[in-house]
Design a protein around this ligand. Sequence first.
Ligand code: FE2
Length: 462
Amino acid sequence: MSALLFRNVCFTDGRRAQDVLAEDGRIRAIGAQLTAPDGAQIVDGHGFLLSPPFVDAHFHMDATLSYGLPRVNQSGTLLEGIALWGELKPQLTQQALVERAMQYCDWAVAKGLLAIRSHVDVCDDRLLAVEALLQVKQRVAPYLDLQLVAFPQDGLLRSPTALANLKRALDQGVDVVGGIPHFERTMADGGESVRILCELAAERGLRVDMHCDESDDPLSRHIETLTFHTRRLGLQGRVTGSHLTSMHSMDNYYVSKLIPLMAEAQLNAVANPLINITLQGRHDSYPKRRGMTRVPELMAAGITVGFGHDCVMDPWYSLGCADMLEVAQMGLHVAQMTSLTQMRACFDAVTVNNAAILGLDDYGIAVGHPADFVLLQARSPEEAIRLRATRLAVVRRGRIVAQTPAATASWRWRSVRACSRPSRTSPVARARHAVRSTAAAPPTSPLCRRAHRAARRVHGSG
Ligand code: FE2
């Protein structure tokens, strides 16, 4: 029986000086000054925040880490990114797809990101990316939950084989039905694609997550259509509209009708702050629109809103490092969510809200739940966002799978002014006065690397 005891941590709900005991992969007890079982591994939490793991509700793992292949997106637009991805697709190999995805999963685990919903392009008739990510899903399962969305990148109706390929992908085990209605040739075709895809999901009992209205067009109406079919087919609570950037530019009167309709259909919404702020508004001069959907207004209507990373070093976005606190920080800024309540809502948008969107069972730090959590070098959710806090320890199923040294600061300036000691390192810097470490977090976690090597042996690849 393996036991792991975290002493003296605080929680996102404000409880402090708590211990958490994990045994056999599950949380057995939570409380003050728990008794350690014989042989238990004990970790001193120093009063820092023990959070449920980060969850990403929107990602593209088939394209990740392909930055510069075959060239860089010069205009920075969504449409050039799609064209660039189309140039790269014929050159893809399954081995390269798997290697890049595994590298990204290593980064994710090191950052405490333990569940990802990734769209996977089904418009390549070979379905190379589908097969690759299904393999990756199996390999990383001990460390990370990977949920896949069948995504017709080139348009369900615009691409002649997309629908057949999408069904093949679902047959092979892809979890969720995706779509991209704003990329169809006409608004009518976009609406028709939404109908077809929602009916397919209803037939198969699957969830839906559609790229929807990812444009600056104030007249784009696909989210309205998605809301309609969600109610018509009884899919309430199982459908997500991703991006929804056109809502930023819509007429306010129309939005005052639309948001209640979305709430009525129990639609989930996912904004992708890093990508929306860089891709949208590219056709504007000044003022330049922010291009992110109306996050605080959607939340106020009771809609579950998550933040996604969307892209990391791919045809659409040249930056990123699997850090969901960076995502939350950008979302907070773009949406001007600066009150204490709103900052905490941004933390929820990369944890509990995304977990609800993915439909994760037993998520969160509670007795009986899987022992999955992250010790952050911060005292509260808002401080974690402010500092993009160091992930001191990442725990999956009761085992520490990644660790990062605490960030520290040298107080050289004070010693110079006081002419006392030449320099010193303040232990206080590890707490309230912590600054972001100048050393980047290790991009890989040793345990994950070992698992990958083991998986390669099992699968005879790499
Ligand atoms: Fe996306």
